[in-house]
Design a protein around this ligand. Structure first.
Ligand SMILES: Nc1ncnc2c1ncn2[C@@H]1O[C@H](COP(=O)(O)OP(=O)(O)OP(=O)(O)O)[C@@H](O)[C@H]1O
Ligand SMILES: [Mg+2]
Length: 348
């Protein structure tokens, strides 16, 4: 609260109005108010610049400034001083404009009641304090959110970099190994790590760090995977039909790994000896809030004897396990075309 008299700056050129207002204040307790009355905006701004004002009462028709511009100039110079505008009758538009520019209240000249005046002043000051405090809290919260966003972005960036380092280490290891089946195993591991790094890259480049734009991930990751596998990438056509689906990070990583396994399999097994064909990815979400991820190819088909639940090989076992991890169901057609569909619930 303000200690001592309330320092009022009355900006009004009509001497009659000035006298009237001064009389009203004089009926209040002695020493409650200290009024400085000035007839021009220029003089008022000079006075305001000294900083000894608790509240401004401002006429909107002064000799050196008119209308809303009067409010703007006072607000600009003294944004932390509450302001009440004095208007004539039927000046609703000017009042609305003034309030939008940050005036706390208005008084209609000729209709001011003795007792209403001190109350209007008190309310204007109180309202101003509340609004300023709310604005400060909002600013502080926004600052903290920005800081957290930056931190999260940095973390995803570092995770991606670390995964890339691991991937490079495996690559180096692979060059020293002579056994082709071991080299192949290392390459698979490397791609699994690259798919996770790619999810983290998508995350730190997006504005929403809790969710991955899966379309963006697919469009950047899958072509790079094809490039990495194929000795003749032009033989395999890629079709990606994806709608907008944003996945929470704990679903995005398993989904990214599933895509990696299925696309790798199609590239490794479906088109032997330069056979031509198409790999198609569909990704959509339905009205039941489930997402559907489908990877299909029109290659030679999966041999009958392959059992991906009990199988010895890691790839299809992983697809099975990861589907379960995200609460999904897996449907497989082994040939014509070979198709894997994972349907899983999206968290609300
Ligand atoms: N799209 C496909 N087209 C034809 N055969 C496939 C396809 N996907 C899988 N297969 C067959 O299923 C087998 C099992 O696949 P899986 O991914 O489990 O193992 P992998 O690819 O051989 O090795 P890795 O563990 O490195 O993935 C493959 O060896 C292959 O014979
Ligand atoms: Mg595989």
């Amino acid at each position: 609260m303000i200690a001592g008299p309330l320092r009022i700056l009355l900006v009004e050129d009509n001497l009659g109005d000035v006298r009237l207002l001064q009389e009203m204040f004089s009926t209040e307790r002695a020493g409650s108010y200290e009024i400085t009355s000035l007839p021009r905006l220029g003089l008022a701004l000079n006075h305001l610049a000294k900083g000894n004002v608790d509240i401004v009462l401002l006429d909107l028709g002064l000799p050196d400034e008119e209308g809303i511009e009067t409010v703007r100039r006072v607000r600009k110079l003294a944004p932390d001083v509450p302001l009440i505008v004095l208007t004539g009758r039927d000046d609703d538009e000017a009042v609305a404009e003034a309030m939008l520019e940050g005036a706390q209240d208005y008084l209609v000249k000729g209709q001011i009641e003795n007792r209403a005046l001190p109350r209007a002043l008190r309310y204007a000051i109180e309202r101003f304090r509340l609004v300023s405090r709310a604005a400060l809290t909002t600013m502080e919260l926004e600052r903290r959110v920005r800081e957290k966003d930056l931190l999260l972005s940095e973390i995803h960036h570092r995770v991606k970099n670390s995964l890339q380092v691991v991937s490079s280490l495996i690559s180096l290891e692979a060059t020293r190994i002579k056994d082709p089946s071991m080299t192949e195993m290392l390459r698979s591991t490397q791609n699994r790590i690259r798919s996770m790094a790619s999810i983290h890259r998508t995350l730190y480049q997006s504005k929403d760090f809790g969710h991955v734009d899966f379309k963006e991930f697919l469009l950047s990751f899958v072509p790079s995977l094809i490039q990495a596998y194929s000795t003749h990438p032009e033989a395999v056509q890629l079709e990606i039909a994806v709608g907008e689906v944003r996945l929470p990070i704990d679903a995005a990583i398993p989904c990214g790994l599933i895509v990696n396994e299925l696309i790798s399999n199609a590239l490794k097994h479906a088109f032997p000896e330069g056979r031509k064909g198409t790999i198609r990815i569909d990704f959509s979400h339905d009205q039941y809030n489930h997402a559907s991820l489908s990877v299909a190819d029109d290659g030679i088909g999966i041999p009958e004897e392959v059992d991906f639940e009990l199988g010895e090989t890691l790839g299809l076992q992983l697809v099975h396990l990861l589907s379960g991890q995200i609460g999904g169901t897996l449907n497989v057609s082994k040939s014509s075309p070979t198709r894997f569909v994972v349907r899983f619930p999206l968290a609300v």
